[in-house]
Design a protein around this ligand. Structure first.
Ligand SMILES: NC(=O)c1ccc[n+]([C@@H]2O[C@H](COP(=O)([O-])OP(=O)(O)OC[C@H]3O[C@@H](n4cnc5c(N)ncnc54)[C@H](OP(=O)(O)O)[C@@H]3O)[C@@H](O)[C@H]2O)c1
Length: 241
């Protein structure tokens, strides 16, 4: 069984640590491993012991490169991107084609999709060669196979594209390191800022952020390196692309 062990990891790079699920992942990891350090880049200050937090007005290739260059000798065992949005100043998810807005579509892709391969690029020389996991939070609605409702054009497509890019990253890294685990994970519907407006209509289970964090970490530390390139649900089952 070749997989990453939570008790052995030392350095985690976490994006979205100010968010509902990202914050809960931070709490979970710090509580489970007292030797672990977390490195994070946020839009707002985050003061915590064992958390090396930096603030930038925008999270993008430039700010991420600068941030990682501060730690040339740190090798990350785990990199998790939990940054994402569903609604912004330009409005919420599209109900139909009449709601399509070019600028908002681009923003969905900039944040929900493009940040992940940019992160992979800038962190690629700082990954622990003896084994690492690179995870980005995706969403069930990004599955083309399970799309029965339509709508949410930008959010859906940005997560579908994210999944495609993660698969690509898994192939590139898998060629040079068999102990690399690249995953797209759906956290399950979770009570956070992102979802609070939409959860009133949900009939299935809504997780607390700490439940979601535990489920996500459970997947990361129980999935073998050989399954790199998977799109997984919070309970560990594979989701159709
Ligand atoms: N909650 C759910 O039900 C659910 C379901 C499926 C998938 N997901 C996915 O899970 C991930 C985490 O979501 P969440 O529920 O924890 O949401 P959340 O509480 O709203 O947290 C979102 C995080 O993303 C950051 N962020 C958003 N827009 C950003 C931007 N333009 N630049 C930099 N950072 C930005 C936020 O930073 P600030 O604190 O600075 O705003 C925050 O840290 C997302 O990728 C989401 O798509 C969530």
């Amino acid at each position: 069984m070749e997989k990453l062990e939570l008790k052995n990891i030392k350095n985690v790079l976490l994006l979205g640590a100010t968010g509902g699920i990202g914050g809960a992942i931070l709490d979970y990891l710090l509580a489970q491993n007292e030797n672990l350090n977390v490195y994070t880049l946020c839009r707002h200050p985050l003061e915590r012991q064992r958390v090396h937090s930096h603030v930038a007005p925008q999270v993008n290739e430039q700010s991420l490169s600068q941030f990682i260059s501060l730690y040339p000798s740190v090798k990350f065992d785990l990199v998790i991107n939990t940054i994402g949005f569903l609604e912004n100043d330009l409005g919420g998810p599209e109900k139909s084609l009449r709601d399509i807005n070019e600028e908002k579509l681009l923003e969905y892709f900039r944040i929900n999709t493009i940040l992940t391969p940019v992160l992979a690029k800038v962190v690629r020389n700082n990954l622990a060669s003896e084994g690492f996991a690179f995870v980005s939070l995706s969403a069930m609605v990004g599955s083309i196979g399970e799309n029965e409702l339509g709508g949410w054009y930008g959010y859906r497509a940005s997560k579908t594209a994210l999944n495609a890019l993660l698969k690509n990253i898994s192939i590139e890294w898998g060629r040079v390191n068999k102990r690399s685990l690249v995953l797209a994970i759906h956290p399950g519907t979770t009570q956070t800022r992102l979802s609070e407006k939409f959860n009133t209509r949900v009939t299935h289970k809504i997780h607390t952020p700490s439940e979601a964090a535990e489920n996500i970490c459970q997947i990361i530390f129980s999935t073998e390196f050989s399954r790199s390139g998977s799109f997984l649900n919070w309970d560990g089952r594979s989701i159709a692309w």
